[in-house]
Design a binder for this molecule. Sequence first.
Ligand code: G4P
Length: 524
Amino acid sequence: MPPEIQRRRTFAIISHPDAGKTTLTEKFLLFGGAIQMAGQVRAKGEARRTRSDFMQMEKERGISVSASAMSFDYKRYRFNLVDTPGHSDFSEDTYRTLTAVDAAVMVIDGAKGVESQTRKLFEVCRLRDLPILTFCNKMDRESRDTFEIVSEIQENLAIDVTPASWPIGTGRDFLGAYDLLHDRIELMDRADRNRVAESIQIDGLDDPRIEQYVPADLLARLREEVEMARGLLPAFDRQSILEGHMTPIWFGSAINSFGVKELMDGIGEYGPEPQPQRAEPREVSPEEPSVAGFVFKVQANMDPKHRDRVAFVRLASGHFERGMKLHHVRAGKPMSITNPVLFLAADRELAEEAWAGDIIGIPNHGQLRIGDTLTEGEPLRVTGIPSFAPELLQTVRAGDPLKAKHLEKALMQFAEEGAAKVFKPMIGSGFIVGVVGQLQFEVLASRIELEYGLPVRFESTQFNSARWVSGPKDAVEDLVSKNKQHIAHDNDGDVVFLTRLQWDIDRVVRDHPQVRLTATKEMM
Ligand code: G4P
């Protein structure tokens, strides 16, 4: 594998809101040299957010609706950190984001342990056997017993946990950690939050030098706990980590810059290099010389003044250079990539080149959709990027009936962005919009108003779920003609069966045995 590819680490951070993801991200960028001082991520985030009220809403609710990618160098590694939206209403977007990474960092709050959103996101990672590195944050505060945290992760998430570090003291007495992998004592500096811990190389926990740094009672407890941990917990095994069966855990405090560098070293040393990508008719390996990449996210109207869209592309193989002509497989057309962007911290920068593992943004006018594959000519199609059936359906109407065409345009754009499902019912007028969480309706309404100047109303419908219909043409047509009031078409023109009750689905399954109803559709 070319060294440029080998040094890449592409990962996401998963956590429950408030566990410290933003703080940790900021420290990553700080130690990666991408920002000069702490506080900039939030500050830049706010500057960006004031550009629209939609973002304002995001700020008020303290959630992150949109995902972005950040690249920075750390030691000999190039880190690509893909930000995942934190709110559970956006789980589908998160799911797709996780198809673009090779590993995840799971952040948990030392006082709260494994929380609901962490568990959900973890399950998504597990579906893809993603390697997971764990950071137990907020150790500067009162936290749970270390063994209790470890066993909660083991039992709750069914994964082996191996300590990469072990905390010395807890709460007010938290002093730092013992690095089990490098036999070092790291001491936290409470006075200066941005100072990296002092690191003392020792020769095992019986080394008398430790006594200068760690008070006798804490040392006795540390020795006892580490001995127990070594006896009870599985030993560090890189292979098992790469296969997603084991997670190493670091204990730290992001706000105090403590344990962050050790975690970053861990991502570099033990995290995976870019992995092969599932595709049809064959898998794509990162070291292949020709370029292949896939779109995992589309973000429209990043700047409301220019109706631009940015397609986020994960490069699956090869060495990309600006100006390259790539083959847009779905459209069967060539596409010149003249102004691709790389996301460095919160800024965009023209990408002169990129390698497998990198995320580039391609500005376009709607040609690129989620799930699209770009190659140097081979008709490959990346697989495994699903679209889920929405769990909430509402009818949407324009405040001004004369603006129905505008509404249609806005809705189609959001559907392509993956922000909602849009269905056009066979009978009646208007559109039915499907989402995974209630909050998405509010976000959509405010975006349509802001970006298209169209006030809209969402109203309840009789339907509450949707299924994609597939099967032999005659059978599908038969179903459609007998159930017109339940039929709609999605933005790709595919037939959808709208349901009120499970009974509707059971009836179709019974009456139309040749037809398949599915709750997911693969995007292509
Ligand atoms: P999130 O992105 O996962 O939602 O979490 P975020 O980093 O925003 O952190 C949530 C809160 O936890 C913030 O406090 C943050 O300062 C605090 N925090 C993060 N890491 C640590 C840590 O290691 N120790 C302690 N004690 N607190 C930590 P806040 O009051 O909500 O925000 P702010 O006033 O600090 O900005």
